[in-house]
Every structure is written in structure tokens, then in C-alpha cells.
Unconditional design. Structure first.
Length: 481
């Protein structure tokens, strides 16, 4: 049940390459894994960068350590510190560090009742003892122990599953809007789809607000939180542009992106855990965290919406290039979304430099995250400038809206999960490479197919015009034609 996903690590440990999960006993008896883990821990302690193999070793060793702590009971840190929030919580046998035996008598009694009920399979008695134990621990340290309101809030957030419910609303809204668009059934069916999409957006927003209230910070400190935030912003931007231009095409572009993003985080709980963890020190300035990170991620949302819009246009070019070229409003709407993304990314990059100067003492240091954010910004600036300068047509703008998002993907995912280097180490992780690589390959194939169809249509159109011209010339030469 312990995941080992990196092929190079499995090869070095002599494990089966086709197997992904291994037993606790099998991994803990491997001297080579222990040696690699010790080396990786030493490098991390010295604040030196880890390569991909060492990062995977650290992840596996942390999983093994957590499982060992669960088995020996040391993972259950349920005894609160008496006065200071920065003091560690304890496991019950170590209560004497903070409290005397007389103070801990009620808690000790409930722990024994809890253990007995568990061994006997008595769920009612177990639940009663657990509730009483919580009340006793709260009375032991009322200043530190979470209040009933805080506990109920987190309980409600976990069991409401707002993001999962939102996926169903988004999916239903997308199907209805797609049917209304294809059949051109008027406003009634479209309004139903828009209403359901807004309900999904409300559920999505509710989940984000609850998470903010629980954590006391914006939900943008790890990959899971950034994806749920960006996916929300994609649909939100789609709704805003729909309200501005009164065309459902924005929602048709936004909803699939949001649905795929939310499904992705639900399918990868190990690579992108949904737990709410404490902030690392560099992120504990909520002003800069809110301003810089939210601005950057909002730009990602705008570019993701532009990518979805570009897919629709590229598909239209593949099916009917002549009709797609003649649809000027669609190209104008795409241009507006790209402008919004460039504005947000430029502002976020500059604000990131200000925060870097505040946190690390320098405005710009060519950190991988900084470098790829700049590369993504330059890609989109070149796209907009090239269209204004006449370097390429509307079709070039469509292709760029899809291809340039790969630079955003590298800045967002690649730096954290593939390179794993730089000062932005608080966002590093492992996993999902197969999904992302498959997405990139499919994107490039789709773009290549769209370009091929576009060139074929231009060639056929040119031949048709040449035939018409030759026929007209022949008609002048011979009026009988």
C-alpha cells in the first residue's frame, strides 16, 4: 500500500518496474533505500537542492515514517499545549511534559474507554467516549484547543465536498449549453444551462471560502489549492465575459477546463493532497501572499480560458476553415481574454519581484520559477504584438493561444514537479508526469492537425481563385464562353 512511482528508484532498489505499490515490510528492510534516504535528509538539512531521485526517496521515506507512527500510536498528537500555539502537541503517554497526573485523570479514563470500545467493536460507546475525550481535552487547554465552531466548520467542509458537487453542476451545464449551441434552440435552454453553471460556481466559491476560513489564508499555497482556485477563476472569467458580450461561447470554453482541472485533483490525492497544512515562513505575510500569488494564478486562469477558446476556434478551423476565418467576433473575443491574461501576469511578475526583495533581499535572481514566468509573459506579449504588427493572421493568434499555454504549464507545474529546483521549494511535489506529458502530446497533435487543415484550405481556395481568374480571362477573349 506504499506508493513508489518513479521508475529509476524502483530500478535502483531492484523492485518490479510494473508494480506501483509495495508493502511496508518489504520497503523498510531495504538497506539501499535507507542509505538513499539518509543522503537525501542530509542534503535537505544542509538546504542543498535535491534531484528527482532524491525527492522521490524523501516522499517514500515520509510515507513509511507516517505509517510507522500510525502503527505505534505516535501519530496521534491529541494532547494540546497549555498556553503557547507554537508549542508542540503530544501523544497521551507524554502528557506529563505539560500536565500533572491529577489534571489528566479524566482524559486517561476516556482513553481507556475508547480503547475498550474499539477492541469490542462497540461503535456507539466509541463515539460517546470520543466526544467526551474531546470535551475533556478542550477543558484542559481552552485557549489552544479549537473551538466547537472551528471543528464544525472543518467537519462541514470535509463532508460537504463542495468541489466534487460543483463538477456535476458544471458537467450538466456544459451538456445543456452545448446542445443549445448546436441546435440553436434560442434563449430558454441556454438560460437553463447558464443558471446551472452559476449554481456550480456558487458551490465552488463556497468550498474556497470555507477553506479560507479554516486555514486563515488564501487557498494558493500548494498545487491542490492553486488548481481549485484557478479552475474557479476560469469559470468566473467565463461568466464575466458572457455577461459582457452575451455569448455562451465563453462558458463553453471555460467549463471543460474547470471540469478537467477538478477531476484531476480528485484523481491524484497523493501527488496533490488536499490537507490544510501550516505555511512555511516565507509565505507568512498574507498581504504579499494575497496580492502576488492571486494575481499570478488569475493570469493562469485567463490563459486557461483563452486556451479553451482557442480549442473551439481551432476545431472550427479544422472543420470549416473558410467559415472560421470569416467569424471576426470570435477572434476579437479571444484577443480580449489574452489581453486580460497578459495584464495580470505582468502585474503579478512585478509584484513577485517586490515580494522577493522583501523576503530574500533581491528583486530578481533568475530563479527557475521567475524565469519561466517571464518566458510565459514574453510568449503572450509576442503573440499580441505580432497580431498588431501583422506578423500573422487571426489563425496565428488561435494557434498561439493553445501553444503558449504550454509555457504557463511549465511555469506552473513543470518547475515545481519536474525541475524541482529554486527558492520556491514550498510548492515542489512529485507525480502526474504521465498525465501532463499525454496532455502536451495531444495538444501538439491537435495543433498540427489544425495547421494542416488550414493550409490545405488555403491551397484549395487559391486554386479555386486561379481557376475563376483563368475562366474570366478566357471569357473576355471568347465572348461565347
Amino acid at each position: 500500500m506504499v506508493l513508489v512511482s518513479y521508475g529509476k528508484l524502483k530500478e535502483q532498489l531492484g523492485l518490479d518496474r510494473t508494480q506501483r505499490r509495495f508493502s511496508f515490510a518489504q520497503l523498510t528492510t531495504m538497506p539501499e533505500l535507507n542509505r538513499l534516504a539518509n543522503e537525501a535528509h542530509a542534503l535537505r538539512k544542509a538546504e542543498r537542492p535535491l534531484d528527482r531521485l532524491q525527492q522521490e526517496v524523501m516522499s517514500v521515506s515520509e510515507r513509511l515514517a507516517l505509517f510507522a507512527h500510525v502503527m505505534d500510536g505516535s501519530a496521534f498528537l491529541i494532547v494540546p499545549a497549555p498556553t503557547s500555539e507554537t508549542d508542540p502537541w503530544l501523544i497521551p503517554p507524554e502528557f506529563s511534559r505539560y500536565y500533572n497526573e491529577t489534571q489528566f485523570v479524566p482524559e486517561q479514563k476516556e482513553l481507556e474507554t475508547l480503547a475498550t470500545a474499539y477492541m469490542q467493536g462497540n461503535s456507539f460507546q466509541f463515539s460517546r467516549a470520543a466526544k467526551q475525550l474531546r470535551d475533556d481535552l478542550s477543558a484542559l487547554s481552552p485557549a489552544i484547543y479549537p473551538t466547537e465552531h472551528q471543528l464544525q466548520l472543518e467537519y462541514g467542509y470535509n463532508h460537504f465536498a463542495a468541489f466534487y458537487r460543483a463538477v456535476w453542476f458544471y458537467g450538466l451545464a456544459f451538456v445543456i449549453l452545448l446542445v443549445a449551441h448546436l441546435r440553436n434552440r434560442g434563449n430558454a435552454l441556454r438560460n437553463v444551462g447558464v443558471t446551472i453553471a452559476v449554481l456550480g460556481l456558487g458551490l465552488h466559491a463556497t468550498g474556497i471560502v470555507l477553506r479560507c476560513l479554516i486555514a486563515g489564508r488564501p487557498p494558493v499555497t500548494n498545487m491542490y489549492e492553486s488548481i481549485i482556485w484557478v479552475s474557479f477563476a476560469v469559470s468566473f472569467f467565463g461568466a464575466i465575459f458572457f455577461a459582457r458580450y452575451r455569448t455562451p461561447i465563453y462558458l463553453l470554453a471555460a467549463l471543460p477546463v474547470t471540469i478537467i482541472a477538478l477531476l484531476l485533483v480528485h484523481q491524484m490525492p497523493i501527488a496533490m493532497p488536499s490537507s490544510i497544512d501550516p505555511l512555511v515562513p516565507v509565505l507568512r505575510d498574507n498581504f504579499w501572499l494575497t496580492i502576488h500569488v492571486l494575481t499570478i494564478t488569475l493570469s493562469y486562469a485567463a490563459f486557461a480560458l483563452a486556451m479553451g477558446f482557442g480549442h473551439i476556434l481551432l476545431w472550427r478551423y479544422a472543420r470549416n476553415p473558410v467559415g472560421a476565418r470569416a467569424d471576426a467576433p470570435m477572434h476579437f473575443w479571444l484577443y480580449r481574454v489574452l489581453q486580460l491574461g497578459v495584464l495580470l501576469l505582468a502585474a503579478g511578475t512585478i509584484l513577485g519581484g517586490v515580494w522577493a526583495n522583501y523576503s530574500w533581499g533581491r528583486f530578481w535572481g533568475w530563479d527557475p520559477k521567475e524565469t519561466w514566468a517571464l518566458i510565459a509573459l514574453l510568449c503572450y506579449i509576442t503573440t499580441l504584438h505580432g497580431r498588431l504588427a501583422g506578423w500573422w493572421t487571426e489563425f496565428g493568434l488561435v494557434v498561439a493561444s493553445v501553444v503558449c499555454f504550454l509555457a504557463v504549464l511549465m511555469a506552473w507545474y513543470g518547475v515545481n514537479f519536474v525541475l524541482g529546483k529554486g527558492l520556491h521549494s514550498y510548492g515542489f511535489g512529485i507525480g502526474g508526469e504521465t498525465y501532463v506529458a499525454t496532455f502536451v502530446v495531444l495538444e501538439l497533435l491537435f495543433v498540427g492537425f489544425g495547421i494542416w487543415r488550414y493550409r490545405m484550405s488555403k491551397a484549395s481556395t487559391g486554386e479555386a481563385r486561379q481557376v475563376e481568374s483563368e475562366t474570366a480571362v478566357a471569357g473576355v477573349a471568347d465572348p461565347g464562353i
